[in-house]
Design a protein around this ligand. Structure first.
Ligand SMILES: O=P(O)(O)O[C@H]1O[C@H](CO)[C@@H](O)[C@H]1O
Ligand SMILES: O=c1cc[nH]c(=O)[nH]1
Length: 293
């Protein structure tokens, strides 16, 4: 296929040559990128850097690039949800894999490594608050990946089993199952991390079975997720970005891992007494693992 020039409605650049939402130029990012949900968490990460060379903020997307113990790293906030992951991943990929001058896809592909440092709620009694969990794979209850082609890597048998087990309401989009990067998972498989399968939800309340004033469509959904098992794999935790991160990374040829600080245990009804401290502990553990030889 001819490498056609991308129209100005598709590859959108700002007046200064930066990409539309993130406001970043190609030279502003490292090839190892930490994603966090909360823009305030960007500083919680970059405060540990030796130095910061780039600090740019637009909307919920705050970016710092610098070095940690000599390794160049970027940390960026995505805000909440897989809709933002679509923007962040397409634009970060464009920064390395599209020639902004010629507006064409580069011949040589550059692979990025993504590490999510996020918070999450466990649905299993034995995964306590204040623990850390690696998402080996993610189940998307969002529908982001269904808008893309070439999704042969999705585990459809796993999805079918889950649909059957939960008697999934067909008004909701079909869950999709996608894995994290095996090498990154191996690198982070050190003491202090458990591993699991993460369900990514389209909301924090109803979609995660939280009832304040509103009833949910299926009051038993979390219990069904808790006791579901497929080939020995159980669903461990709920959050709101990992399926999009794993799916977009797989589509774009990047590597990704999602690390979760478990703040809530939904099965036990408990919440961390010191969420800030536990997230900061995960940040330091992540940074040190990234520079480990
Ligand atoms: O702490 P972050 O990374 O934002 O992650 C979790 O926290 C938010 C909800 O409170 C959602 O984004 C969820 O995925
Ligand atoms: O229960 C939780 C905790 C953090 N983030 C979530 O999405 N859910």
């Amino acid at each position: 296929m001819k490498n056609q020039s991308l129209a100005s409605s598709e590859l959108i650049l700002n007046e200064d040559g930066s990409i539309y939402h993130l406001n970043l130029k190609p030279e502003d990012i490292a090839t190892t990128i930490i994603t966090v949900g909360d823009p305030d968490r960007v500083v919680d990460v970059s405060q540990h850097f030796d130095s910061i060379e780039v600090a740019i903020h637009k909307r919920e997307f705050k970016t710092h690039t610098g070095t940690y113990k000599g390794k160049r790293l970027t940390v960026i906030s995505t805000g909440i949800g897989t809709d933002n992951i679509d923007i962040v991943f397409n634009e970060l990929d464009a920064l390395v894999n599209i020639d902004f001058e010629k507006r064409i896809i580069k011949e040589k592909h550059t692979q990025l490594s993504f590490v999510r440092i996020g918070t999450s709620g466990s649905i299993q009694h034995n995964i306590p608050v204040d623990s850390f969990l690696i998402s080996e794979s993610a189940i998307g209850f969002d529908n982001l990946l269904h808008f893309y082609g070439n999704t042969d890597f999705l585990d459809n048998q796993f999805s079918e089993a889950l649909v059957k087990h939960t008697n999934w309401n067909s008004n909701k989009s079909k869950p999709y199952v996608v894995s994290g990067d095996a090498n990154l998972i191996q690198t982070f498989s050190t003491e202090g991390f458990s591993k699991g399968t993460t369900a990514t939800n389209v909301g924090f309340y109803g979609p995660q079975g939280r009832v304040l004033r509103l009833k949910t469509e299926d009051a038993n959904l979390n219990a069904k997720l808790e006791n579901f098992e497929y080939k020995g794999v159980k669903i461990t935790n709920l959050e709101m970005e990992t399926s999009g991160i794993y799916g977009m990374a797989a589509l774009l040829g990047h590597r990704a891992i999602s690390l979760n600080a478990i703040l809530a245990n939904r099965a036990n009804g408990t919440f961390s007494k010191n969420p800030r401290a536990i997230v900061n502990k995960l940040i330091l553990k992540t940074l040190d693992t990234l520079v480990k030889k």
